[in-house]
Design a binder for this molecule. Sequence first.
Ligand SMILES: O=C(O)CCC(=O)C(=O)O
Ligand SMILES: [Fe+2]
Length: 307
Amino acid sequence: MDISGKGTQPFLDPLIEEIKRLDLSEHVVELEAYGFTVIPPSKSGITKAWVGRLRDAILHTVERRGGVDLSDWETRTEQIPSEVMRESWELMPEDDIFAEAALQPAGLAMARWLLGQRAILGGHTYITRGPTPGEMDRPVPDKLEGKLHSDVHGVPGGGDICHECNVSILCTDYSSADDGPTILSPGSHRMARAPSPGEATPGDAQPTCVTLEGEAGSIAVWNGFTWHGSYPRKNPGLRITLVQSWMRTYMRPLHEWREADLAPGQLERYPELRKVLALDHPYPFHAENKRRKEYAWFMQAGTDRFA
Ligand SMILES: O=C(O)CCC(=O)C(=O)O
Ligand SMILES: [Fe+2]
């Protein structure tokens, strides 16, 4: 029976038609069952030439913003210095390829499946991670050594609504643990909360994870509640990925309060205003927002609804 063809669900029916057109039903099942999926280039239609353009745009952005030379990106044996990577957000004006990446049909269909037709691109950034000297000669650990997190920062857990999802476009191959890939815990999204400190760090409470596999041009999608982290990279060269964080459109503030919106001296007379007007909030992330490192309370809000 052609249920979507009956035209009873104005938001869902066109999405189902799009998922069928792009042959993505298997990926919807994986997202629901495991909390993540990887769409290969053969399905997304992403070509080697297009992903090459995306990779170059990321590299040129890091080079221009950070004043570094990354012509050795395929052979590099060390990390890019962290101070060079500070301004890794707001990529849209750098190159039209970032707009094309946001509108890539398979990724957009998955974001809209999880977040509804009005899903918004909440932010995007990149991963350009090289090997860590000292890690390169160590055997790959059997057990995860890193920390896990959820991407739904500041959202109290519970319920079965997906609030945020990650649509990452792999610009280099993730073939083995030596590539330093993302790792994810299958099914963890069903807990609908961030991991506790004990679950996030290595030990008995940390759940089993799998390494993300996919060739360059694949799109990895995960529910923001899916717990994940990454392995250190051992292979030379950079792992390069465009990370796109999609969100539901609800609970946007009516006012984006700024100190300039207050009367002179008000903040001194009523210091609690800083908190209730979110003047200390890490979002929005942009170069002028000096508060964005003050993150701890915001992360806690994902595990404790009273944080
Ligand atoms: O692949 C990684 O290094 C982890 C990336 C991550 O946490 C994210 O994109 O949300
Ligand atoms: Fe993450």
